[in-house]
Design a protein around this ligand. Structure first.
Ligand code: NAD
Ligand code: TYD
Length: 343
């Protein structure tokens, strides 16, 4: 029986990963620890309430006693998804990003080291590499040059993981993935925001000239990459994860509108994000050649499926927009404020 501690497992990628591993293996137990910030949502885990292989703990990765107690449940591996994850928010309020993404990761590293955890995967991002010109792609050797407070906090965490591997022989691995899309993504990120606005017939905000390029991967392909790294990755290594599906934001907006049969006049150019990275592109040859993983979902197929998911889950969209999912927590798990440290 493989016992995983997944942090941030009520967020977008974490919840998809928890479902993914539980679907793939009967012989797996997941302790899912999440602070339930605005981005954490137990509705993302609906259906798992009665699964004995899934245990949810509301907790903060910065909290030493909560994390120690969780790690002492016989954990084989830790996968750290927990983070403040939205660039725009990091521009307005950087301190939560430093707290969770850096201080929280350091707390985890130290406790995992002391508890002799055998595998630690840090879920990082291609944004640590900064911005690209019109050609080329980030490799694992590219210079770390983060441009937003979000990216800087993730890069700092990566450097801490690297230092623990080097100094303590710590069994850490870093994955750096490109932009994800798919079900359960909070509609502050580009694709779910555009889909949910288009569904409501309200303007689709496009920053600047709309020609900034992102390299899109379906969240399920990312989950498969993480599972591969969990079983076959080499300690101390960095693995880039991407699907070679680069698109300018404007083209993404047009495809969503076409799929929903809505008019392009909904596209509205708005003021650009300060320090907006122009282009990301990820070279995932190392994952492909060394670990035999490759992305399988084409952007067109993945986008259709994602649009369909949002279309069929308008109640989910309403709840996350209104914050009403807190009542779902009360219904499913009792008092929202109860944390491990209070029990
Ligand atoms: P998300 O914002 O949807 O989820 C983050 C989760 O972490 C939430 O459930 C939140 O409640 C939880 N959390 C926040 N602070 C916490 C804390 N102090 N303690 C415990 N839990 C806490 O983010 P996401 O898009 O699912 O991203 C997950 C990870 O993947 C992040 O580390 C992010 O940097 C990385 N990543 C994201 C993308 C992307 O496109 N979304 C791409 C590459 C890497
Ligand atoms: P986002 O989903 O915030 O991801 P990231 O900044 O981490 O890549 O944004 C993706 C791209 O979409 C980025 O170039 C910014 C742009 N964008 C818009 O044009 N309008 C929006 O309302 C948002 C949220 C993003």
């Amino acid at each position: 029986m493989l016992k995983l501690l997944v942090t941030g497992g009520a967020g977008f990628i974490g919840s998809n990963f928890v479902r993914f591993v539980l679907e793939r293996s009967q012989d797996c137990h997941v302790i899912n620890l999440d602070k339930l910030t605005y981005a954490g949502n137990l509705e993302n885990l609906a259906g798992l309430e009665n699964d004995p292989r899934h245990e949810f703990i509301q907790g903060d990765i910065c909290n030493e006693s909560v994390m120690r107690e969780s790690l002492q449940k016989g954990v084989d591996a830790v996968i750290n998804f927990a983070a403040e994850s939205h660039v725009d928010r990091s521009i307005l309020h950087s301190s939560e990003f430093v707290q969770t993404n850096i201080v929280g990761t350091l707390n985890l590293l130290e406790l995992c080291r002391k508890n002799r955890i055998r595998r630690f995967i840090q879920i990082s991002t291609d944004e640590v590499y900064g911005s690209l010109g019109s050609s080329g792609a980030f490799t694992e050797q590219s210079t770390i040059a983060p441009n937003s407070p979000y990216a800087a906090s993730k890069a700092s965490a990566d450097l801490l993981v690297r230092s623990y591997c080097h100094t303590h022989g710590f069994p850490g691995i870093i994955t750096r993935c490109s932009n994800n899309y798919g079900p359960y993504q909070f509609p502050e990120k580009l694709i779910p925001l555009l889909i949910s606005n288009a569904l409501s017939g309200i303007p689709l905000p496009i920053y600047g000239d709309g020609l900034n390029v992102r390299d899109w991967i379906h969240v399920r392909d990312h989950c498969a990459a993480i599972e591969t790294v969990l079983h076959h990755g080499k300690n101390g290594e960095v693995y880039n994860v991407g699907a070679r599906q680069e698109l300018p934001n404007l083209e993404v907006a047009r495809r969503i509108l076409r799929a929903l049969n809505k008019d392009e006049s909904l596209i509205t150019y708005v003021e650009d994000r300060p320090g907006h990275d122009r282009r990301y592109a990820i070279d995932s040859s190392k994952m492909e050649t060394q670990l035999n993983w490759r992305a399988r979902i084409s952007f067109d197929a993945g986008l259709q499926e994602t649009i369909q998911w949002y279309r069929s889950n308008t109640a989910w969209i309403e709840h996350v927009r209104s914050g009403a999912y807190m009542t779902y927590y009360d219904r499913m798990y009792g008092r929202r404020s109860q944390t491990l440290s209070e029990r």
